[in-house]
Structure formats: structure tokens, C-alpha cells
Design a protein around this ligand. Sequence first.
Ligand code: PLP
Length: 401
Amino acid sequence: MRLPSCWDARLRSLNEERRAGDEERRAGGTSDLPSIVLPMSLSFPLTATDTPSTPEKIAAVHAAPGFGVHFTDHMAVATWRQGSGWGEDAVVPYGPFQLDPSTAVLHYAQEVFEGLKAYRHDDGSIWLFRPKRNAERLRASARRLMLPELPVDDFLTSIEQLVTVDAAWVPDAQGGEASLYLRPFMFANESFLGVRAAQQVTYCVIASPVGPYFAGGVQPVNIWVTDQYSRAGKGGTGAAKCGGNYASSLIAQYEGAEHGCSQVLFADAGTGVNTEELGGMNIMVVTAGGELITPELTGTILEGVTRDSILTIASELGLNPVARAITVAEIFDRIDSGDIVEAFACGTAAVLTPVAEFRSHHGAHVIGAEPGERTLQIRAAILDVQYGRAADRHGWLRRVL
Ligand SMILES: *Cc1c(COP(=O)(O)O)cnc(C)c1O
């Protein structure tokens, strides 16, 4: 459903008013409230837990972290209220929210999130990888979902405060791939069933130690190419990192599982012809001639930090990076003719996941059961920067501790 254009304008001006209001308040209060001077930026002061985890408990989690099952002792929180903007920022003991059953997010899914990691280098120092990108993307996602924008510096402070407080939870690299996964998110936290942008919003960051994504070495996966479901349509939320996109992709994930596939590739919703991306990762292919091709950003694809990083370093690895429209048929045909020699999915969690084969209702297009040489080379290059084993030539790392 498309809103009438007068609504577009109204929504835009609402968002602008809101942003202007936030900025004015941050600059020292509005004219009608001259006595209220709010701090320029959030500091996320610590209220420490009374029951910190013992080193033994943390070591046990690090020994078998899983993915997203264990969380650190604290979380960062902040609240945005219409009229007063961002505040109530703190790092507090990790724990449940109490939500009224009418809380807006539970009904209308006004929610956005991010995903990034903190890496421990061999000298014990702790680093983030391109966190400003995540901060900017969270702002862009929030704009699309009519949520308030958290300033980049406040995002960075929330992350750095939490990582500092829970630094003991950042694992050693353990052969190169263990890290602390950080999950910032923001949701409509207002008890109201009306359909409009929430006037109270909660921002939160939680952290979870994660081990190597591929515990037994990098394993290529099969990818189901669905022709029944789409992930995102023109004018929709495809370029925003919002929970709703994931909810709508689950059914295709299950369709893929029935065909022996662990991931699903979506084509564009309009024509069903062009390759877009997976439910939570971008897709790239490597040709025999050394081209690294990935679908160009169309407004329906999520712009991955990993995608951008790979495109940036590709030429340093002797590959020719190309972002352009690429049809599913072209990928299938060129795999069958031996001209596309590798394919992989990319995202923060697994960095690069090699593709063994693409499957669809019309048959399978097999690349191979072993990870490709280029795929492993790119994967190692990204990991080496993240873990400080290679020079950070693009200024991608930001030190926390
Ligand atoms: C998060 C995400 C990605 C990958 O982004 P990274 O910044 O590389 O982690 C790709 N596609 C979708 C749909 C995503 O949600």
C-alpha cells in the first residue's frame, strides 16, 4: 500500500521537526523551556550489577559460546521521549524489560537494529570495526521506520561504555574468530494501540560472546533461490535493518530447508529477475576472469559493512570489483558454463560464507563442496584487519581499550 503523497510530505516534515527539536534541545534547551539545559551528549553512566559473573563462569561461556545465547553482565539503555529527546542513558545490569501488553512494537513492529563486533587483539587491546557505519545505518533505518535518530557519537559512546564495563567478556581471538557480538536496537516503547510513530522509544545495546562461526572450519552452504517469496519491494523497508524484514523472510528460509538449503536468495520483487540478497547477508560471485560481482544498491538491498569492505579491498587482492544489476539467470548460466567459479554470502556474523550450490525449483547449479580460493583469501584479509594481524590501511579500526 502506498500512502497518498500529502502523507509523504507530512511524515517528512514531522521527522524534520523532530530532528530539529532534538538538535535544539541538545544545544541547550528550547526557548519555551529556558531553564532546562540538557547535556550535549549521552554518557551512559554505569550502575553496576551486584552479581558480576566470576572469571570461571566467563571462561565456561568462552569455551562454548554458541551464537547469541549467552549475554554479558550489563546492557546500555537510553530513552527518547517526544518533547524532551534522548535521555535516561545508562549502562545497567542485563535484565528483562517490563512491557505493557499494548506496547506499540509488539503490534506494529516499529523497530530497527544493528550488528557489529568487538575484537580482542593479541596484545589484549579491544577494537571495533567501522562502527560509524553502523551508527549511520541505524540512523538511516530509524528514519525509514519513523524512529528518532540517535546521534553517531551517542551510538559510539553506548557501545564503548558497554564494552569497557564488560571487557572481560571479550574473548581472545582463539585461533582467529572469537569476538563479542554487539546488538544495538531501538523500538517503539509506548503503551498505545494507535497507528503512528511512537512518542516514547527505547534504545538498548546487548552483547554476546561468539565463537568462530564455522566451528569445524569454513563450510560451504547450499542456497535456495525462492521464486515464491520476496524480501523487499520498491519503496519498502529493504534498505533498513528492521526486524520486520527478517520476520517476512522466515517462511522462505523454511522453504529452503525443505530443499536441503540453509540460506535463501531473494530476487527483486518487481521483476523476479535480478539478484538481490539473502535474508541477512549480501551475495557476491567471482568469475574465472577475476571479476568480483555483487548486485548494485537499489534501495531494496541492505548495504552491508562487510559488502563495502570487500569491495574496497578487492582490488588489493587482484580482483576487479563490480557492483551492477546481475540476473539470477546470469549467475546460473555462468556457473553451469564454468565461468562463475566462486560465490559467497557476506555479513558481520560469518564474515564470508562460501556457496556450494544454488538450488531452485528448476534444478541445481553446483559450484563445489570446497570453499573457493578467492573466498578464503578475501575472508582472511578481512579477519586479519579486524584482529590486527594486517595493517589497517583504510582506518577501519577504532580502539575501545
Ligand atoms: C545486516 C545485514 C546484512 C549484512 O550487513 P553487515 O553490515 O555486513 O553485517 C546484509 N543483508 C541484510 C538483510 C542484513 O540485515
